[in-house]
Design a protein around this ligand. Structure first.
Ligand code: NAD
Length: 256
């Protein structure tokens, strides 16, 4: 059963709904927390099963792949197998539905799971790439989707190993995607920062750019983060519970 909302949260949601009613462009900046209710663990939570003894921050690097390509491949293969049974949750769905109610909605995500697109969001900027597509390690030849279940990374026609098209720690974010993200943030009427610890750089600099440009920031997260102090609103709770309330608030205003 949904929890009772406190009076302050109700007031905040009404204020945020009013902002949305007049917004030209709404940007969602999302992290692993938005996929939590879909059953995908966040990075900082313990890994389960066989992977419990590994630190994701040590597997998700070019050095790790060079040292042990099989190990890194198998970790990503495990994550892709998990994805096969996973669906977008109410948080992703609300973000997609908002496209029908506001002139422009852009999603800038650090997630690599493709769930925003599955939920129907049309404009999704993947800052950290995608778990679903692949390319070769040495020459960036595209290798598309690969069925899960291979024990070893396949080889490209050029002889290099194939790797997942995610951005690893110590790698540069795709410059064109990051530039576009900055442009969208600067033009935004409202920025929602959902389910991110705001610790991974340079992605975490984007909400600060919004602050600098005077964009209203709404944080949705059960916990405080380094961004909480600069956000205009901090809605505490899981995004799959909070975002539907924001959508209901907007729908109420549009009816009246
Ligand atoms: P993070 O693990 O550092 O932080 C997750 C944040 O989500 C935390 O602040 C936590 O309080 C919050 N949270 C937890 N449950 C939530 C919920 N139900 N609703 C809303 N918020 C919730 O994740 P990050 O900030 O995205 O950064 C870590 C890196 O991990 C990113 O680069 C990302 O690419 C990668 N990652 C992606 C996935 C994915 O694609 N689903 C999963 C794990 C990690």
């Amino acid at each position: 059963m949904a929890k009772e909302m406190g009076a302050a949260v109700k007031r905040d949601i009404k204020d945020i709904a009013r902002l949305l009613l007049n917004a030209e462009s709404v940007v969602f900046f999302t992290g692993a927390g938005v996929s939590k209710e879909s059953g995908i663990p966040t990075f900082r939570e313990a890994q389960t099963g066989l992977w419990a003894k590994y630190d994701p921050e040590q597997l998700a690097t070019p050095d790790a792949f060079e040292e042990n390509p099989q190990l890194v491949w198998q970790w990503y293969d495990h994550r892709r197998q998990q994805l096969a049974n996973i669906k977008p949750n109410l948080g992703h769905q609300v973000i997609a539905e908002l496209e029908k109610l506001v002139p422009k909605v852009v999603v800038i995500t650090q997630n690599v799971d493709g769930l925003h697109q599955q939920a129907g969001s049309k404009e999704v900027l993947e800052l950290h790439g995608s778990l679903i597509s692949h390319h070769c390690y040495e020459n960036q030849h595209p290798a598309g989707e690969i069925k899960p279940g291979l024990a070893d990374p396949p080889k490209c026609h050029c002889g290099s190993y194939i790797r997942p098209s995610v951005v690893w720690f110590d790698e540069e974010l795709p410059p064109a995607v990051f530039d576009l993200a900055e442009k969208e943030i600067k033009k935004a009427s409202v920025l929602f920062v959902v389910g991110t610890s705001s610790l991974v750089q340079p992605a975490a600099s984007l909400p600060l750019l919004a602050k600098h440009m005077g964009v209203t920031i709404v944080e949705v997260n059960p916990d405080e983060t380094p961004l909480s102090g600069v956000a205009d609103f901090a809605l505490r709770g899981p995004s799959a519970e909070i975002l539907p309330r924001v959508l209901d608030g907007l729908k109420d205003l549009r009816r009246n």
